[in-house]
Structures are given as C-alpha cells and as structure tokens.
Design a protein around this ligand. Structure first.
Ligand SMILES: [Zn+2]
Length: 249
C-alpha cells in the first residue's frame, strides 16, 4: 500500500496548480474550468513545458521563456503548499484510505484559507461541498459515527451563527461571517460534535498567535482590525482531524 503515499505526493503539485487557478478565479467570479492559458505579460499561449507544477518555475528561473517577464511567485507557492499538505499527511497517517481523506481535506482547506486571507471570504462553492465530503469520509471510515458527525455539522453552524448574532447585538457590527459558520459546519461533519470545542480552542489560539505576530511585524492592531478567522479555523480542523485529537476535554 506504499503506492498510496507515493501517488499522493506525486499528485500534490498538480492539485496545487489547480488550486492556484481556483484561488485566483473564484473570488473574481471567473470560470475555473480552464487553467492558465497565456503568459500574462506577452500573451504567448502556454504549452505543457510551461505548466509543469513546481518544475517550470524552477527550470526557467521564474521567468517567461519568450519575453523573460518575471512570472508571479504565487502559483509556485500554492503548488509548494499543496505538496507540503501531502507530505504532512504522509508523515502523520498510518491508514492508506484515510490518507486520501487527509489530502482532500487539507487541499480544500488550503484553498479556503488562502482565499479568506486575501479576500475575507469563504466561498460556499468550497465550504458546502466540504460538509458533504466530511459526511462521506465518515460514512466510509467510521460509519457508526455518521449521526454524530451530522449533528456536529448542525451544531457547528448554529453555534457560530449564535455567537455572530450575540456579537452583532453587543458591538453593532459583524464579527464572524456566515462563511465561518459554514466552515465550522464542515468541521463538525469531519470530526464530530464532541471534537468541536477542540477545533474552536485551537482556532482561537491560532488567531491569538497570528494577532501577536501581526503586532510584532509592526502592524497596528485595534479592536476593529479585521483578522480573517477562516485560516485559523482551517488550521484547527486540519490538526484536530489529522491527529485525532481527544474528542473532549
Ligand atoms: Zn511572456
């Protein structure tokens, strides 16, 4: 079964290449069905040699083969991040079937976190399928827990909506987005209702760490500074799922 691990690592940069297109186009409402097709600088149609994930960027020194214009580091970074997700899963996972669930979850969370970081948005087109994927993974890997995980999805959504509504009443502005509620619903579907407090705890600690780093980096933080919570939630779900963190305190 070592093939599973190898395949995941080989596939990862190609998935990353697709995620890069997704991250760029979803927030702009552009179709994602086609990949990158032309050099953004000289308009030359890209061929297979230009589109080898990771490899093209390294081989051509991060420049267009024709016009030598620097190619954004972005696609290379996403491909590298997707590979990191796969390598992390391979390092942590003993079960070859669960490995694929790890990768699907990790890659989807990567796209969500990246988009939220840049646009303060968690697109439904990613969060809602992630709820279904979580229930699907549960049905295959631990069918006895399906009801518990379905309850987790509902509880995650309602808990965030309730906190959001309370925050709105207290402060008179939005604190948590609907996207965050749907992502927590996905978390419930993946790890079950009993693990949700752990997801919330890890996410909160991640947010505090990020805010601390932000301040150290010299950026002003006030009570109204917007910090995207999606990446914190995504990281928390990844950790709780991958390491099967204790279901309760
Ligand atoms: Zn060019």
């Amino acid at each position: 079964m070592a093939g599973s691990w190898l395949l995941a690592v080989i596939l990862a940069p190609f998935i990353g290449s697709f995620l890069g297109v997704l991250i760029r186009r979803l927030p702009e409402g552009r179709p994602v069905a086609t990949g990158r097709s032309v050099c953004e600088s000289c308009g030359r149609p890209l061929d297979a040699r230009d589109l080898v994930p990771l490899g093209s960027y390294l081989a051509f020194g991060g420049r267009c083969r024709t016009c030598r214009a620097p190619i954004g580091f972005f696609h290379f970074a996403v491909e590298l991040a997707a590979l990191t997700v796969a390598l992390w899963a391979v390092a942590a996972e003993a079960d070859p079937v669960r490995l694929w669930a790890d990768c699907v979850l990790g890659w989807t969370l990567l796209a969500l976190a990246w988009i939220d970081w840049q646009h303060f948005r968690l697109p439904d087109v990613l969060t809602l399928p992630l709820v279904l994927l979580g229930l699907g993974a549960t049905a295959i890997l631990q069918p006895a827990d399906l009801v518990d995980h379905a309850a987790g999805a509902v509880a995650g959504y309602l808990a965030f909506r309730a906190i959001g509504a309370a925050y709105r009443r207290l402060r008179g502005r939005e604190g948590l987005g609907q996207g965050d509620a749907k992502l927590l619903a996905a978390a419930g579907a993946w790890v079950g209702v009993a693990s949700l407090p752990m997801v919330a705890l890890v996410a909160a600690l991640t947010g505090l760490t990020l805010a601390g780093l932000w301040r150290l980096g010299g950026r002003a933080m006030t009570a109204t500074t917007r910090l995207p919570f999606g990446p914190c939630l995504a990281f928390a779900l990844w950790i709780v799922w991958l390491y099967r963190l204790p279901p309760s305190f």
